[in-house]
Design a protein around this ligand. Structure first.
Ligand SMILES: [Zn+2]
Length: 209
């Protein structure tokens, strides 16, 4: 297990995932048993490969566990331009994301807004998108996802404050009729200057409404 693979060592489970051919074969057999038991006919041209595709899709959807070295290597060198004043905030979004809820292993998805009061560096929208995906493409919960994005941004650019707002629909409730269609859960996380200055929070919430 090498922690060097990861550019943001903010998660205990961070280590490159290795799945051997024998592992894949076993995972596919296990997936086939579950899918068949639920009612899927695996003996058709369209479904014969479904267990393999299912495992592959889950593996891809959780690629955040493999880290994103480009987050660090494309950086540094972006300096703020035209960012003036001690409390000027930069707000980016919406950034679309898909995550898997760790309670049901089903997707929750929505939009992220990231605000920060820059120190000496800023991050472009493409890197903010990478940051959001690094933590979204895992098994997680909405509150922790917001906190990890905030803490990751702190580690990357050392801002004076960070705000993260996530709006998400949870398929684990929507698909089973537990929750009304179209229901959205909103989470906000504040760090640094946003904790101390409620006018910053108000401005952020107005800009992301
Ligand atoms: Zn769930």
């Amino acid at each position: 297990m090498s922690s060097n693979v990861f550019e943001l060592p903010a998660h205990d489970a961070e280590a490159a995932r290795e799945v051997t051919a024998a592992d894949w074969a076993r995972l596919e057999r296990n997936a086939a048993e579950i899918l068949a038991a639920l009612g899927l006919d695996l003996d058709t041209p369209g479904t014969r490969e479904t267990p393999r595709r299912f495992i592959q899709a889950l593996f891809d959807a959780t690629a955040g566990y493999d880290g994103d070295p480009k987050l660090r290597t494309l950086f540094p060198s972006e300096r703020p331009e035209g960012v003036e004043g001690r409390h000027a905030q930069i707000v980016e979004g919406p950034i679309g994301f898909y995550a898997l809820c760790e309670h049901h292993a089903l997707p929750f998805h929505g939009r992220a807004y990231v605000g920060y009061v820059a120190g000496d560096e800023i991050l472009g929208i493409s890197k903010l998108t990478r940051l959001v995906r690094l933590y979204a493409r895992r098994f997680t919960v909405q509150e922790r996802l917001a906190e990890e994005i905030a803490d990751g941004l702190f580690e990357l650019v050392g801002p004076r404050g960070v705000a993260v707002k996530l709006e998400a629909a949870h398929l684990c409730t929507a698909m089973r009729g537990v929750e009304e269609e179209g229901s959205v859960t909103v989470t906000t996380v504040w760090r640094g200057a946003y904790d101390e200055d409620d006018s910053l929070r108000t401005e952020f919430l107005t800009l992301t409404r």
